[in-house]
Design a protein around this ligand. Structure first.
Ligand SMILES: *Cc1c(COP(=O)(O)O)cnc(C)c1O
Length: 464
């Protein structure tokens, strides 16, 4: 049979829609949706025929109905769902970075309906969006003022554009980074309308390099914190204190793109990360950071610093395109309150997880194993949990994990991932590792059930 004949044998959209096999879907779904899927499915078969991939001549109707059913199933699943994070990576970008504090979730719920996002309840007049949270945030980090945008990437673009449009921004060659997802500094400079003025070398940049580049055309100086890679060996660069003290005209700000947004000193956990207040205190004009990294809040970008620089940013036409919604503001307000009250280590999941001591993690693992019906191929092992997500590159915390041995680690990992609730794990050394550092206490029972389920199906490695 020729291709033309095969194509002729394909049913029409009408025939497909009338077919008895679709009766169920016909009753439940709008006609337009069903006919769209019918057209797509017929087209799929047509392409297969043209590509010479099928030798079938009949039964097209049955196959097309099947294709439509598959499309319908794929479409009815919930795309975004809860995932138990068994990777141990505290700030996991693919899993939405920082889990929110309970107080932040509650506050967000209160804002889901109408909320006084731009209304002063006392006077009944319009008020500035996010005025209270900006005030509290400024107070928290010792800055004069603050504005909040969608993420730190937006903050970077907005700040570059508002401070140095058409002018040069000086940056060290060692800091011309790619943050990820195509966010590469040189491109960001172009998109923000500023000229890149690179100084120094990849490994060594001195204060005098910045000084030599400074001139009429200079709009700003920026320091970009290395939050996703490390440099070691023959390297040097000025500290942010030294950069803030640079001799420069008063219309040239020093901008610190800090990224991770660390508020409390984490040295006690063996983690060296510069704090926002230190960046502000040393005299930089503007400091930028994310809300959902070490700050432990919702996704947003924060710009803190001198009022004289924040004012024009707030008035920039780009600001409107980058402003956050009521849910983000509500969650952020509660998160800032927690920081201000000094309760961050107790109430912010990110910090609690980072601080969790190895012994308590081991206890949780052992308690869980004891309640499993089949304990043959699971064990408690020590591990290192990475901080992850654009904060403190290479840093890990010592902890404990459940290690599942079995014939096929990838299959076990997939079973855990595809069940409900999904469990994301790490596969290393032909075993599945479930690091409990990033699993909330209230998720442990769900994890136990999922593990019990899956272990029942895993073949045990035999000794022979
Ligand atoms: C993470 C990071 C960003 C981007 O922040 P998002 O909130 O993800 O947009 C920018 N700069 C630095 C230094 C970062 O670490």
């Amino acid at each position: 049979m020729s291709k033309t004949d095969k194509l002729r044998a394909l049913p029409s959209v009408d025939e497909v829609l009338r077919s008895p096999g679709l009766a169920g879907l016909r009753d439940r779904l709008p006609h337009r949706r069903l006919s769209q899927w019918a057209k797509e499915s017929i087209q799929f078969c047509r392409d297969e025929i043209l590509a010479g991939k099928v030798d079938q001549n009949d039964a097209w109707l049955r196959q097309i109905v099947h294709l439509i059913e598959r499309r319908q199933q794929a479409d009815s699943g919930q795309a975004i769902q809860q995932v138990i994070n068994g990777t141990g990576v505290v700030l996991h970008t693919n899993l939405g970075r920082a889990p929110l504090a309970k107080a932040a979730i509650k506050r967000m719920e209160q804002a889901t309906g109408y909320a006084n996002i731009e209304l002063d309840l006392e006077s009944g007049r319009r008020s500035k969006r996010g005025a209270r949270v900006a005030r509290m945030l400024a107070q928290l980090v010792g800055a004069e003022d603050a504005v909040i945008v969608n993420n730190c990437a937006a903050a970077t673009m907005l700040v570059l554009q508002a401070t140095a449009f058409g002018k040069e921004v000086i940056v060290s060659r060692g800091q011309l980074v790619e943050i990820g997802g195509g966010f590469r500094l040189p491109d960001v400079f172009v998109a923000s309308g500023v000229k890149l003025r690179e100084v120094g070398t990849t490994n060594r940049t001195y204060l005098r390099d910045y000084e030599a580049a400074m001139g009429e055309q200079t709009g700003a100086v920026i320091r970009v914190h290395r939050s996703n890679f490390q440099q070691s060996g023959f390297v040097t660069e000025p500290s942010i204190d030294e950069m803030a003290a640079l001799d420069r005209p008063e219309n040239v700000p020093v901008i610190d793109d800090l990224g991770s947004g660390c508020i409390a000193d984490l040295a006690a956990l063996g983690l060296a990360e510069p704090t926002v207040s230190a960046s502000v205190a040393c005299g930089t004009e503007l400091t930028l950071f994310s809300g959902d990294k070490l700050f432990g809040g919702p996704q947003c970008g924060m710009i803190v610093g001198r009022k004289r620089w924040i004012d024009p940013i707030r008035k920039s036409p780009m600001m409107r395109a980058m402003r956050v919604d009521k849910l983000t503001l509500a969650a952020l307000e509660a998160t800032v309150e927690i920081h201000l009250a000094g309760r961050a280590m107790d109430e912010l999941p990110v910090l609690r997880m980072l601080a969790a001591d190895p012994q308590s993690l081991r206890d949780r693992c052992e308690k869980l194993i004891q309640t499993l019906p089949d304990q043959r191929c699971i064990d408690v092992v020590s591990c290192e949990s990475p901080v992850g997500g654009g904060a403190i590159p290479g840093a890990t915390r010592p902890g404990f994990a459940l290690k599942v041995y079995g014939r096929n680690a990838n299959r076990v990992a997939r079973m855990l991932r595809e069940g409900n609730p999904a469990v994301q794990t790490r596969v290393t050394d032909d075993a599945v590792w479930v690091d409990v550092r990033t699993i909330a206490t209230e998720e442990m029972e769900n994890l136990r059930q999922r593990l019990a389920d899956v272990l029942g199906q895993v073949e045990v490695e035999s000794d022979e």
